[in-house]
Ligand binder design. Structure first.
Ligand code: ZN
Length: 305
Protein backbone atom coordinates (compact mmCIF):
# COMPACT_ATOMS: atom_id res chain seq x y z
CA UNK A 1 0.00 0.00 0.00
CA UNK A 2 1.28 3.44 -0.86
CA UNK A 3 2.39 5.23 2.27
CA UNK A 4 0.39 8.31 1.47
CA UNK A 5 -2.80 9.98 2.53
CA UNK A 6 -5.89 8.04 1.67
CA UNK A 7 -9.41 8.57 2.97
CA UNK A 8 -11.12 5.98 5.13
CA UNK A 9 -14.69 5.59 4.01
CA UNK A 10 -16.01 2.08 4.37
CA UNK A 11 -15.56 0.74 7.87
CA UNK A 12 -16.88 -2.55 9.22
CA UNK A 13 -17.18 -3.44 12.89
CA UNK A 14 -17.26 -7.20 13.30
CA UNK A 15 -18.09 -9.27 16.38
CA UNK A 16 -18.73 -12.95 16.86
CA UNK A 17 -16.17 -14.20 14.36
CA UNK A 18 -15.75 -16.60 17.25
CA UNK A 19 -19.18 -17.21 18.77
CA UNK A 20 -18.13 -17.43 22.41
CA UNK A 21 -16.08 -14.22 22.47
CA UNK A 22 -18.75 -12.04 23.95
CA UNK A 23 -17.17 -8.59 24.01
CA UNK A 24 -17.51 -8.18 20.25
CA UNK A 25 -20.85 -9.99 20.09
CA UNK A 26 -22.44 -7.66 22.63
CA UNK A 27 -20.84 -4.48 21.28
CA UNK A 28 -22.07 -5.21 17.75
CA UNK A 29 -25.57 -6.04 19.06
CA UNK A 30 -25.70 -2.66 20.82
CA UNK A 31 -24.68 -0.88 17.63
CA UNK A 32 -27.33 -2.75 15.69
CA UNK A 33 -29.94 -1.55 18.20
CA UNK A 34 -28.61 2.00 18.23
CA UNK A 35 -26.86 2.74 14.96
CA UNK A 36 -26.61 6.44 15.85
CA UNK A 37 -23.73 5.50 18.15
CA UNK A 38 -21.53 4.69 15.19
CA UNK A 39 -22.73 7.22 12.63
CA UNK A 40 -19.96 9.58 11.59
CA UNK A 41 -20.29 12.27 8.92
CA UNK A 42 -17.62 11.00 6.55
CA UNK A 43 -17.86 7.27 7.23
CA UNK A 44 -20.00 4.47 5.93
CA UNK A 45 -20.03 2.10 8.90
CA UNK A 46 -21.34 -1.44 8.73
CA UNK A 47 -21.80 -3.89 11.58
CA UNK A 48 -21.65 -7.64 11.31
CA UNK A 49 -22.19 -10.60 13.60
CA UNK A 50 -19.91 -12.90 11.71
CA UNK A 51 -20.85 -16.39 12.85
CA UNK A 52 -24.53 -16.54 13.92
CA UNK A 53 -24.57 -20.32 14.38
CA UNK A 54 -21.57 -20.24 16.66
CA UNK A 55 -23.04 -17.30 18.60
CA UNK A 56 -26.22 -19.28 19.17
CA UNK A 57 -24.19 -22.28 20.31
CA UNK A 58 -21.85 -20.02 22.34
CA UNK A 59 -18.94 -21.88 20.84
CA UNK A 60 -15.90 -20.74 18.90
CA UNK A 61 -17.34 -22.26 15.72
CA UNK A 62 -19.88 -24.77 14.53
CA UNK A 63 -17.91 -26.96 12.11
CA UNK A 64 -14.71 -25.08 11.31
CA UNK A 65 -12.90 -21.99 12.58
CA UNK A 66 -14.46 -19.15 10.52
CA UNK A 67 -11.30 -17.12 10.98
CA UNK A 68 -9.43 -19.66 8.86
CA UNK A 69 -11.78 -19.56 5.84
CA UNK A 70 -10.82 -16.40 3.96
CA UNK A 71 -8.01 -17.51 1.65
CA UNK A 72 -8.97 -16.56 -1.91
CA UNK A 73 -8.69 -20.19 -2.99
CA UNK A 74 -11.26 -21.17 -0.38
CA UNK A 75 -13.57 -18.24 -1.18
CA UNK A 76 -13.47 -19.09 -4.88
CA UNK A 77 -13.98 -22.80 -4.47
CA UNK A 78 -17.39 -24.07 -5.57
CA UNK A 79 -17.33 -26.63 -2.84
CA UNK A 80 -18.44 -25.22 0.52
CA UNK A 81 -17.78 -28.14 2.77
CA UNK A 82 -18.87 -26.61 6.05
CA UNK A 83 -21.26 -23.99 7.41
CA UNK A 84 -18.30 -21.67 7.97
CA UNK A 85 -16.99 -22.05 4.40
CA UNK A 86 -20.45 -21.04 3.21
CA UNK A 87 -20.69 -18.19 5.71
CA UNK A 88 -17.29 -16.83 4.61
CA UNK A 89 -18.69 -16.40 1.09
CA UNK A 90 -21.78 -14.66 2.45
CA UNK A 91 -19.57 -12.30 4.45
CA UNK A 92 -17.64 -11.41 1.31
CA UNK A 93 -20.93 -10.59 -0.40
CA UNK A 94 -21.97 -8.39 2.55
CA UNK A 95 -18.69 -6.55 3.18
CA UNK A 96 -17.11 -6.70 -0.26
CA UNK A 97 -14.16 -8.88 -1.08
CA UNK A 98 -10.51 -8.13 -1.75
CA UNK A 99 -11.05 -7.19 -5.38
CA UNK A 100 -14.41 -5.46 -5.05
CA UNK A 101 -14.78 -1.75 -5.64
CA UNK A 102 -16.46 -1.21 -2.32
CA UNK A 103 -13.78 -3.09 -0.44
CA UNK A 104 -13.70 -2.05 3.19
CA UNK A 105 -11.05 0.54 3.96
CA UNK A 106 -10.91 -0.70 7.53
CA UNK A 107 -12.26 -3.78 9.28
CA UNK A 108 -12.27 -3.86 13.07
CA UNK A 109 -12.63 -7.45 14.23
CA UNK A 110 -13.22 -7.82 17.96
CA UNK A 111 -11.91 -10.94 19.71
CA UNK A 112 -11.33 -12.13 23.24
CA UNK A 113 -8.57 -14.19 24.73
CA UNK A 114 -8.34 -16.13 27.96
CA UNK A 115 -4.74 -14.88 28.06
CA UNK A 116 -3.84 -11.53 29.63
CA UNK A 117 -3.69 -9.78 26.25
CA UNK A 118 -5.08 -6.51 27.67
CA UNK A 119 -6.12 -4.50 24.58
CA UNK A 120 -3.91 -5.97 21.89
CA UNK A 121 -4.09 -4.44 18.46
CA UNK A 122 -2.85 -7.14 16.13
CA UNK A 123 -1.77 -5.62 12.87
CA UNK A 124 0.13 -6.73 9.83
CA UNK A 125 0.94 -3.49 8.09
CA UNK A 126 1.71 0.05 9.15
CA UNK A 127 0.63 2.62 6.62
CA UNK A 128 0.51 6.28 7.53
CA UNK A 129 -3.12 6.09 8.68
CA UNK A 130 -2.43 3.14 10.99
CA UNK A 131 0.63 4.83 12.49
CA UNK A 132 -1.24 7.99 13.33
CA UNK A 133 -4.25 6.06 14.58
CA UNK A 134 -2.16 3.90 16.92
CA UNK A 135 -0.22 6.93 18.16
CA UNK A 136 -3.57 8.48 19.05
CA UNK A 137 -5.02 5.37 20.68
CA UNK A 138 -2.05 4.59 22.94
CA UNK A 139 -2.43 8.01 24.49
CA UNK A 140 -6.04 7.26 25.40
CA UNK A 141 -5.80 3.65 26.59
CA UNK A 142 -2.63 2.74 28.52
CA UNK A 143 -3.31 -0.98 28.28
CA UNK A 144 -3.06 -1.10 24.51
CA UNK A 145 -0.35 -3.45 23.26
CA UNK A 146 0.77 -3.29 19.63
CA UNK A 147 1.31 -6.82 18.35
CA UNK A 148 2.90 -6.95 14.91
CA UNK A 149 2.29 -10.03 12.83
CA UNK A 150 4.35 -9.56 9.64
CA UNK A 151 2.18 -10.33 6.68
CA UNK A 152 3.29 -12.93 4.23
CA UNK A 153 0.54 -12.88 1.64
CA UNK A 154 -2.61 -10.87 2.34
CA UNK A 155 -4.55 -12.33 -0.59
CA UNK A 156 -4.11 -15.77 0.82
CA UNK A 157 -4.45 -15.00 4.48
CA UNK A 158 -7.26 -17.01 6.10
CA UNK A 159 -8.39 -14.29 8.52
CA UNK A 160 -11.70 -12.49 8.08
CA UNK A 161 -10.48 -8.90 8.41
CA UNK A 162 -7.79 -9.39 5.74
CA UNK A 163 -10.53 -9.02 3.12
CA UNK A 164 -10.36 -5.29 3.94
CA UNK A 165 -7.59 -2.93 2.88
CA UNK A 166 -6.63 -2.47 6.49
CA UNK A 167 -7.59 -4.44 9.51
CA UNK A 168 -7.40 -4.17 13.23
CA UNK A 169 -7.82 -7.35 15.15
CA UNK A 170 -8.64 -6.26 18.68
CA UNK A 171 -7.73 -9.07 21.05
CA UNK A 172 -9.13 -8.32 24.49
CA UNK A 173 -8.41 -10.29 27.64
CA UNK A 174 -8.15 -11.95 29.94
CA UNK A 175 -11.77 -13.03 29.64
CA UNK A 176 -13.04 -16.60 29.73
CA UNK A 177 -14.90 -17.55 26.58
CA UNK A 178 -18.67 -17.39 27.09
CA UNK A 179 -18.26 -14.69 29.75
CA UNK A 180 -18.74 -10.92 29.49
CA UNK A 181 -16.56 -8.77 31.78
CA UNK A 182 -18.05 -5.30 32.15
CA UNK A 183 -14.86 -3.26 32.30
CA UNK A 184 -13.49 -4.94 29.16
CA UNK A 185 -16.79 -4.45 27.34
CA UNK A 186 -16.90 -0.74 28.23
CA UNK A 187 -13.27 0.00 27.37
CA UNK A 188 -13.38 -1.95 24.12
CA UNK A 189 -16.51 -0.10 23.05
CA UNK A 190 -14.78 3.19 23.82
CA UNK A 191 -11.81 2.11 21.73
CA UNK A 192 -13.99 1.25 18.75
CA UNK A 193 -15.63 4.66 18.96
CA UNK A 194 -12.24 6.36 19.27
CA UNK A 195 -11.21 4.63 16.05
CA UNK A 196 -14.35 5.92 14.32
CA UNK A 197 -13.80 9.44 15.64
CA UNK A 198 -10.19 9.42 14.52
CA UNK A 199 -11.10 8.12 11.04
CA UNK A 200 -13.73 10.81 10.67
CA UNK A 201 -11.22 13.49 11.69
CA UNK A 202 -8.67 11.99 9.28
CA UNK A 203 -11.07 12.37 6.39
CA UNK A 204 -11.69 16.01 7.20
CA UNK A 205 -8.07 16.96 7.77
CA UNK A 206 -5.45 15.50 5.38
CA UNK A 207 -2.73 17.44 7.21
CA UNK A 208 -2.97 14.80 9.97
CA UNK A 209 -0.85 12.59 7.72
CA UNK A 210 1.97 15.12 7.88
CA UNK A 211 2.06 15.42 11.62
CA UNK A 212 5.72 14.88 12.44
CA UNK A 213 5.36 14.83 16.21
CA UNK A 214 6.40 11.22 16.34
CA UNK A 215 5.30 9.20 19.34
CA UNK A 216 7.84 6.77 20.78
CA UNK A 217 6.44 3.42 21.75
CA UNK A 218 7.12 -0.29 21.47
CA UNK A 219 5.71 -3.05 19.32
CA UNK A 220 5.86 -6.77 19.92
CA UNK A 221 6.83 -8.62 16.77
CA UNK A 222 5.66 -12.19 16.33
CA UNK A 223 8.37 -14.83 15.97
CA UNK A 224 6.86 -18.30 16.33
CA UNK A 225 4.52 -20.43 18.42
CA UNK A 226 5.39 -23.00 21.06
CA UNK A 227 3.30 -26.07 21.76
CA UNK A 228 2.75 -27.55 25.20
CA UNK A 229 5.07 -30.29 26.34
CA UNK A 230 3.45 -33.56 25.29
CA UNK A 231 3.92 -37.29 25.61
CA UNK A 232 4.42 -39.25 22.42
CA UNK A 233 0.70 -40.03 22.24
CA UNK A 234 -0.05 -36.30 22.13
CA UNK A 235 -1.39 -35.91 25.66
CA UNK A 236 -0.05 -33.10 27.84
CA UNK A 237 3.09 -33.95 29.78
CA UNK A 238 3.08 -30.62 31.58
CA UNK A 239 1.65 -27.12 31.71
CA UNK A 240 2.50 -23.46 31.37
CA UNK A 241 4.85 -22.60 34.22
CA UNK A 242 2.94 -20.95 37.08
CA UNK A 243 5.38 -18.03 36.97
CA UNK A 244 4.19 -17.23 33.42
CA UNK A 245 0.42 -17.51 33.78
CA UNK A 246 -1.25 -14.14 32.99
CA UNK A 247 2.21 -12.64 32.40
CA UNK A 248 1.74 -11.93 28.69
CA UNK A 249 4.09 -9.26 27.29
CA UNK A 250 6.58 -9.77 30.14
CA UNK A 251 10.22 -10.46 29.42
CA UNK A 252 11.56 -14.01 29.60
CA UNK A 253 15.36 -14.28 29.60
CA UNK A 254 17.46 -17.26 28.70
CA UNK A 255 17.37 -19.70 31.63
CA UNK A 256 13.89 -18.72 32.84
CA UNK A 257 11.14 -21.35 32.86
CA UNK A 258 8.40 -21.69 30.24
CA UNK A 259 6.73 -24.94 31.28
CA UNK A 260 6.62 -27.34 34.19
CA UNK A 261 6.31 -31.06 33.57
CA UNK A 262 4.07 -33.29 35.65
CA UNK A 263 7.23 -34.94 37.02
CA UNK A 264 8.14 -31.59 38.60
CA UNK A 265 10.97 -30.64 36.25
CA UNK A 266 11.05 -27.36 34.39
CA UNK A 267 11.43 -26.55 30.70
CA UNK A 268 13.63 -23.47 30.42
CA UNK A 269 13.90 -20.96 27.62
CA UNK A 270 17.25 -21.74 26.04
CA UNK A 271 17.32 -19.03 23.42
CA UNK A 272 17.44 -19.74 19.75
CA UNK A 273 19.86 -18.43 17.15
CA UNK A 274 19.77 -14.66 17.66
CA UNK A 275 16.73 -14.76 19.95
CA UNK A 276 17.52 -14.16 23.61
CA UNK A 277 14.95 -12.05 25.46
CA UNK A 278 11.44 -12.98 24.43
CA UNK A 279 7.98 -11.69 25.35
CA UNK A 280 5.42 -14.53 25.25
CA UNK A 281 1.79 -13.72 24.46
CA UNK A 282 -1.41 -15.75 24.11
CA UNK A 283 -0.09 -17.67 27.10
CA UNK A 284 -2.37 -20.65 27.76
CA UNK A 285 -5.13 -19.40 25.43
CA UNK A 286 -8.02 -21.82 25.73
CA UNK A 287 -8.83 -21.93 22.01
CA UNK A 288 -5.26 -22.75 21.00
CA UNK A 289 -5.02 -26.10 22.78
CA UNK A 290 -6.56 -27.62 19.64
CA UNK A 291 -4.09 -25.74 17.48
CA UNK A 292 -1.04 -26.96 19.38
CA UNK A 293 -0.11 -23.52 20.65
CA UNK A 294 0.75 -22.91 24.30
CA UNK A 295 2.10 -19.42 23.65
CA UNK A 296 3.40 -17.19 20.88
CA UNK A 297 6.85 -15.71 21.23
CA UNK A 298 7.45 -12.08 20.34
CA UNK A 299 10.36 -9.69 20.52
CA UNK A 300 10.01 -6.12 21.68
CA UNK A 301 11.09 -3.32 19.39
CA UNK A 302 11.22 0.43 19.78
CA UNK A 303 9.30 2.33 17.18
CA UNK A 304 8.21 5.85 16.39
CA UNK A 305 4.67 6.24 15.15
ZN1 ZN B 1 -11.31 -14.94 18.44
Amino acid sequence: MADSYEKIQNVAIVGGTHGNELTGVEIVKRYMEQPAQIERETLNVKTLLANPNAIKLCRRYDEKDLNRCFEEANLNSTNSATYEDQRAKEIVSILGGRSSEDRQDLIIDIHNSTAEMKFSLIFSRLDVFSRKLYAHLIKQEPEIRLYYMPEVDRENAPYLPTIGKRDICLEVGAQAHGVLIGSLYERTKELVELILDFSNQWNKDPSMAENNNLVETVIYEHQFNLDFPRYENGELSGYVHPALQFKDYSKVEVGQPLFKLFDGSEVLWKGQEDLTDIYPVFINENAYYEKGVAMSLTVKKDIKL
